[in-house]
Write a protein that binds this ligand. Structure first.
Ligand SMILES: Cc1cc2nc3c(=O)[nH]c(=O)nc-3n(C[C@H](O)[C@H](O)[C@H](O)COP(=O)(O)O)c2cc1C
Ligand SMILES: O=C(O)C(=O)c1ccccc1
Length: 384
């Protein structure tokens, strides 16, 4: 293998090492994947202003998200089935994030449970909540996250029903994979993944199986989601969750200024401008284009984060310049995990950090806190 220098290198290696069903699950969007593609592509036309002969050392990327100090404005996004990209994936990613000094967000739909991650990777990670019909279960999840010392609750609002993802339907996505002939043939080409998976006991949805009576078969993930996720979710539920949780609350999946204003009224601490990485509403605007409008509407009133499409430190800088205090990476860290386990997540974070602080130097900044719209070339970036 040649030297790994960028996230795209990690993606290629992950594609070789992760069973097709799970690689495709990560690397796909809804329907035609037009929003998935736009998320990445819409960063490209945004141009940076090169500066010379200005101080460039020492440089700091340190900042905060919801008051929490971190090494750079990048958190690991919550991703379901992370423990299927690599055995014990959530524990490994949480460890890498902790060592790097950025938050890891554990998904409700993770393989390793809240307690597994707290035990093996330490406390303080963030927890992402999906609202199920069974409110007692939701309350128990919140209480478990509290008991594990989670530093923030990320409440996802954009997936009460699952976007239609063609690759998952064709592959028959399930965790663990069903022993069909096609799956067995594919698994036979992934010995490293299989060996690691056989050595871990954690192969089911750890936050759910064993915690809800009668739930031991989640083999059809989309059917299970449809049965369990609550389509009546509304702002009164957000209030109930906020009160039950009592800590920092981040609302994820906001793309419209109307919803952003309602989020402000809910008293949440931050919102994430996100279209779920293009996995839900195909045809939605890219998140980087939606960002300035949301910043214009509520920027002074609530902390704004963004995700969807970030593949480099330059993307982080552009999001920050357009008003996002922090960002999240989803696939960028999943590719690292699938490629090289914990070391791959560390690699992904190192790559993004290096790109970010080099770009700061070239654009004449030594402190991420001073980066604003003026690093961008007028006329090349989206506006409200
Ligand atoms: C494989 C995968 C699984 C995901 N699962 C969840 C999830 O369980 N909860 C959630 O809030 N978002 C989930 N997301 C969305 C991410 O949190 C994030 O919004 C998205 O990945 C950002 O886009 P990016 O992958 O281009 O960085 C998932 C994304 C991916 C790629
Ligand atoms: O795949 C996803 O994007 C996601 O958030 C999810 C939703 C339901 C079950 C598993 C993952």
């Amino acid at each position: 293998m040649t030297v790994i220098t960028c996230i795209e290198d990690l993606r290629r290696l992950a594609q070789r090492r992760v069973p097709r069903m799970f690689y495709d699950y990560a690397d796909s969007g809804a329907w035609t994947e037009s929003t998935y593609r736009a998320n990445e592509q819409d960063f490209q036309p945004i141009r940076l202003r090169q500066r010379v002969a200005v101080p460039m050392e020492p440089r700091s990327t340190r900042t905060t998200m919801v008051g929490q100090p971190m090494a750079m404005p990048v958190a690991l996004a919550p991703t379901g089935l992370t423990g299927m990209q690599h055995a014990d994936g959530e524990i490994l990613a949480a460890r890498a994030a902790r060592a790097f000094g950025v938050p890891f967000t554990l998904s409700t739909m993770s393989i390793c449970s809240i307690e597994d991650v707290a035990e093996h990777a330490g406390r303080g990670f963030w927890f992402q909540l999906y609202v199920m019909r069974d409110r007692d279960f939701v309350a128990r999840l919140i209480d478990r996250a509290k008991a594990a010392g989670c530093g923030a609750l990320v409440l996802t609002l954009d997936l009460q029903i699952l976007g239609q993802r063609h690759k998952d339907l064709k592959n028959g996505l399930s965790a663990p994979p069903k022993p069909t002939l096609a799956n067995l043939i594919n698994l036979a080409t992934k010995p490293r993944w299989c060996w690691n998976m056989l050595r871990t006991p954690r192969r089911q949805f750890g936050n759910i199986v064993g915690h809800v009576k009668g739930v031991d078969d989640m083999s059809s993930l989309s059917a299970w989601t449809q049965q369990q996720f609550d389509p009546t979710l509304n702002w009164r539920d957000v209030e109930w969750i906020k009160n039950r949780w009592g800590g920092k609350l981040i609302l994820k999946g906001i793309m419209d200024p109307i919803d952003a204003r309602l989020a402000v009224q809910s008293g949440a601490d931050a919102i994430v401008v996100s279209n779920h990485g293009g996995r839900q509403l195909d045809g939605a605007e890219s998140a980087i284009r939606a960002l300035p409008r949301i910043v214009d509407a509520v920027g002074g009133q609530i902390e704004i984060h963004m995700d969807s499409g970030i593949r480099s430190g330059q993307d982080v800088l552009k999001a920050r310049a357009l008003g996002a205090r922090g960002t999240y990476i989803g696939r960028a860290f999943l590719y690292g995990l699938g490629a090289l386990g914990e070391a791959g997540v560390t690699k992904a974070l190192q790559i993004i950090h290096r790109e970010l602080e080099l770009t700061m130097a070239f654009t004449g900044h030594t402190d991420i806190e001073t980066v604003d719209r003026s690093v961008l070339v007028e006329g090349t970036y989206p506006t409200a």
